[in-house]
Design a protein around this ligand. Structure first.
Ligand SMILES: NC(=O)c1ccc[n+]([C@@H]2O[C@H](COP(=O)([O-])OP(=O)(O)OC[C@H]3O[C@@H](n4cnc5c(N)ncnc54)[C@H](O)[C@@H]3O)[C@@H](O)[C@H]2O)c1
Length: 288
């Protein structure tokens, strides 16, 4: 990853990474609000990506095998949170300050390669599948960590596949001196906004439907409040990539190999912190 990012920069080659949640209009709008100074100084970033499909009934899919998946909830879910946090705040994580990792389900049923290939994890959930004994899960089921940003904000991150009752709760809350934003992917068209500059008796969370033509990507789909879905983030990213390749500009910044490397460094710092019980500065890993 370091070599690929370095080579791309040296040759001036444009690269792209599918951190598609940047392309939810509400997330892109939060990025714009921060950039316009609407939140002021940022104090807190609170990010949780909670899923619940990884219970004991789920077999030993490729996602539970470290030689194929790399890691579990950490690389799958915390990676998206780290990118969203960097993207919205425009700031960099400089240190991981404590982390915890857990594999709750140590053994899972072995299924045939064909079953693994044909049925995604969600389709297998609760289904009776022919099993050939059990094997060891070699990835985390959950990883939580705390972090510091360069400009002083402090952050918490939590990714898990065992948060029963939370199917795809990809959430981020950012608290600033002048205001706060909250996003929950399960209501992906909406951004919650708190204006702290208002008179105290007028303050309250407002729910902004980010589908107006004035919102990022809003004018590219349907009329206001004719909501969009998961796939539209990918469509918007493909459109942005095409625009950049054609010499134009993306609606909001596209993530590239350097962004992926920065995310990877934070992921690795969290794992070192969890396993070695220490704070891990990102400069220990970032050799870019
Ligand atoms: N950016 C995102 O939001 C996002 C979300 C989900 C998944 N992903 C990524 O997308 C990828 C796929 O995830 P998924 O949930 O769809 O997995 P999945 O297990 O549901 O599907 C994987 C598919 O790949 C096929 N496959 C496996 N090996 C193959 C090969 N050698 N040649 C051709 N096909 C092969 C399998 O048959 C299966 O249909 C993963 O890398 C995952 O991390 C990204």
């Amino acid at each position: 990853m370091v070599l690929a990012a370095r080579a791309a920069k040296k040759k001036g080659v444009q690269t792209f990474v599918w951190f598609n949640y940047r392309r939810c209009s509400a997330v892109a709008f939060a990025h714009r609000l921060v950039k316009e100074g609407k939140l002021g100084r940022i104090f807190h970033v609170r990010a949780t990506y909670l899923q619940d499909w990884g219970g004991p009934e789920t077999p030993l899919l490729w996602r539970f095998q470290s030689d194929q998946a790399g890691s579990g909830a950490h690389g799958d879910l915390n990676a998206h949170l780290i990118d969203m946090a960097r993207f919205i705040t425009g700031d960099e994580i400089i240190e991981v300050v404590g982390a915890i990792e857990e594999t709750f389900i140590k053994e899972r049923a072995i299924v045939s390669a064909a079953t693994d290939a044909l049925a995604s994890s969600s389709k297998l959930k609760g289904a009776k599948v022919p099993s050939k004994g059990s094997g060891k899960s070699t990835v985390d089921d959950a990883v939580l960590f705390l972090a510091r940003f360069k400009h002083g904000a402090i952050a918490s991150f939590e990714a898990t596949r065992l948060a029963t009752g939370n199917q795809n709760r990809n959430c981020i809350e950012i608290n600033g001196e002048l205001g706060s934003v909250k996003f929950n992917f399960e209501r992906m068209n909406e951004l919650q906004w708190w204006d702290h500059t208002l008179d105290a008796k007028l303050r309250g969370w407002s729910r902004i439907m980010c589908t107006d033509a004035g919102h990022p990507y809003g004018g590219h789909y349907w009329p206001a409040a004719h909501v969009v879905g998961y796939e539209h983030g990918f469509v918007s990213q493909a459109a942005d990539i095409s625009a950049v390749l054609g010499g134009g500009a993306s609606v909001v910044p596209l993530p590239d190999f350097e962004d992926a490397l920065k995310t990877q460094c934070v992921l690795e710092a969290a794992i070192r912190s969890a396993r070695e019980h220490r704070n891990v500065p990102i400069r220990e890993l970032d050799k870019f």
